[in-house]
Write a protein that binds this ligand. Sequence first.
Ligand code: SF4
Length: 292
Amino acid sequence: MAACMLCPRRCGADRTARETGACHTGGDILIARAAPHHFEEPPISGTRGSGTVFFAGCSLGCIFCQNASISRHAAGKIYDEEELAELLLGLAKSGVHNLNLVTATHYTDRVARVLEKIKPQLQIPVVWNSSGYESPETLRLLEGLVDIYLPDFKYVDPALSKAYSGASDYADIAITALWEMHRQVGAVRFDENGLLVRGVVVRHLVLPGCRADSAAVLDTVAATVPAADIRLSLMRQYTPDFAPRTAPKNLLRRTTTFEYEQVLKHALALGFEGFTQGKEAATAAFTPDFDV
Ligand code: SF4
């Protein structure tokens, strides 16, 4: 791609010349880790784990990112499309419940080509696990290839999204992305064992000191897609371990039980069903080790 416009940053990096874009990656597909993962939401991890592939680089770049070692520094092993196909087929054969592609937005064109090739051989769903900061036209490349969308919906307030992710347009973009994801896969469906086979699960991380914005996020999600069609994953794993010392003061502490419970109350009032996290999730130990 001579001028990359894949993600909403539309930075125009010349991928043919291996120019590094705002996503910290150039022409190569970089993967930091590929392995069964047991700490996703229960209907995704199941008993055998989710076949998780962590792609390096990121087009959003939050200042508190717990995967900064791979998202900001784009550390990973290079894969061409054939090697990626082999990796995914091998993971699928290992017995995992699904293939879980984490932060692959900036590789969407190439991942879509690979999925198109291997999809007929897959007996398990494909999960697209993203920041929610994605263009609808890029998401359309995944239509019929992705079964489960697992996007974040991080903020509504443009001042927050600008300060924490350098993207004042985050909410507008995340709304259209969520709408497009729901259009493609429809309402959630589970198999006879309670594992998710299709649909959208929206993740929201309750940030310390941002309770009002969390409530506004939930209102926005409910106004974008029917609450009954999706599942909400309300996360409290925020840990200040990864925020720079210069970050706003509120990001230098954990989310309190009071803050989390207030947001949870609001989610229940809006009719969301889904998943919650215990206080013990707010630790750096929940961050996967990346073998890069
Ligand atoms: S995917 Fe990367 S190179 Fe392409 S527009 Fe986004 S930030 Fe720029």
